[in-house]
Design a protein around this ligand. Sequence first.
Ligand SMILES: [Zn+2]
Length: 375
Amino acid sequence: MFKTVLILGHIRGIRIQLHISWVFILVLLVASMSTGFHHQYPEWSLAMAAATALVTALLFFASILAHELGHSIVALRRGVPVESITLFIFGGVAQMERDPERAEDEFWIAIAGPAVSVALALAFAALARATADGYEPIPVALGWLALINLVVAIFNLIPGFPLDGGRVFRAVIWKLTGDARRAIQAAVWGGRVVAFLLFGFAFWNLVVIGNLIGGLWMMLIAWFLLTMAEGQGRMFDMRERLADVRARDLASPDPPCVRPETTIDDWIHHDVLPGGRRAFLVGTPEWVQGLVSLSDSRKLPREQWAARRVDEIMTPVESLSRVAPDTKAEAILRMMSERNLNQIPVMEASGRAIGWIERQQLLRTIEIHMDLQRP
Ligand SMILES: [Zn+2]
């Protein structure tokens, strides 16, 4: 399968990764900075402008990573596990396993990112000043980094989801009113206002100023912010309602099974076609050897289906995505969408499958759970 993220490594157990869309923004940034430098400093050669732009852009992304590490390290110290940090087209995101349970934690985790950006801005400004008389590209790059880190800090402090300022805003309202739900709604509203203001500004750029690229870019960011704000509102709602729902509550108890020695032809004609199911566990629930799905049949040409066994094309149990009976509903949903899984077995530590969760079924069951708990 085509991978959309590249894992760079781990820092304090946090997976650091690049999303494929990051390459696009890197190229765009380097290209626009190179031409910018080349225009502003005509005495620089194009190669010198391009090299300065590349180094500056990489340091900028390192600054974004530092911003996200700021959030993450405070989160870890406050007992909130952090899974990964991803750099992508609109910046960076630190994926935490759950939301902070106290307003204070939310506040300090949210503020830590912008605090790192401000500190970086000051440090780059001081370095730019110290190197002002040296080789020109160095203070120019440092000055740009100081400015952009300041912009990152200020932009992120705007009080609307999904920006850090939205989380700070939420934490303050949460602390003042003691009402987590109202605080979320306020921050979602803040996010909508921010997104619509940015839409307006983008429109003004497009129509009045005629800044096509900038306008479209802002339009994209506004759209992204709006979707994220709405999504976070729904996510909080869902988390609250699904907090106690686990894999064992969601699993259908009788996963379809096929014996490993069955030929692919027999499996398709006797199991897949009559029942309409696309995936089967190979073996028995007590002894699962793997999982075979209709797409695995493409691994072999059709002429061989009569002679080859399903265990030759299955995903073996060692490399199978699975969940434990007490895995939370939210984690299952995230895992299934991240890995693009249509079904996932629920397995005990002993290797026994107690059931199986299908994506469509999961979404319907979650809806029912949410309806049942609606006040
Ligand atoms: Zn941040």
